[in-house]
Design a protein around this ligand. Sequence first.
Ligand SMILES: [Zn+2]
Length: 163
Amino acid sequence: MGNTKKVRTAGRFGSRYGVGVRKRLLKVEDKQEKNYACPFCGFKKVKRKAAGLYACGKCHARFAGGAYLPITLSGSIIKKTVAQKAFVSKNKALDEIIKTASEENKQEIEQVKKTEKIDKKEEKKKTEDRKNKKEEKKKTEDRKNKKEEKKKKEVRKNKKEEK
Ligand SMILES: [Zn+2]
């Protein structure tokens, strides 16, 4: 019962934990169980030991990677920029990777770019909103101060008149 044709390895959970969670698991599970090529010796003997930790069964090399895959897209970008010591913007780095990427990866990269743009727009909006709020506060405070000054002046005038 563990494996089914329809839900594959998620069959071991039956109907538990919710559809969304089980689908997310399916996305990574078969990939994380695979043997990968070792970046040090080249043998296809790299296995995932824990989240982000990989070890080669041939040369016993251990190294860090993505949580479920030894190499991830964003991880490779960071590795490249660190190696070049050229900290360009993420979009530029992505453009360079697109040149050599396969069709499947290209779509993934485009999606990353889109989400990046949306994030930046939202940040801009937030900072603008903050600025506007600050200005409004200042204005209302100024108005208050002016009113108080007027009152004080009137009080002084009244006192003088009384004398
Ligand atoms: Zn190795």
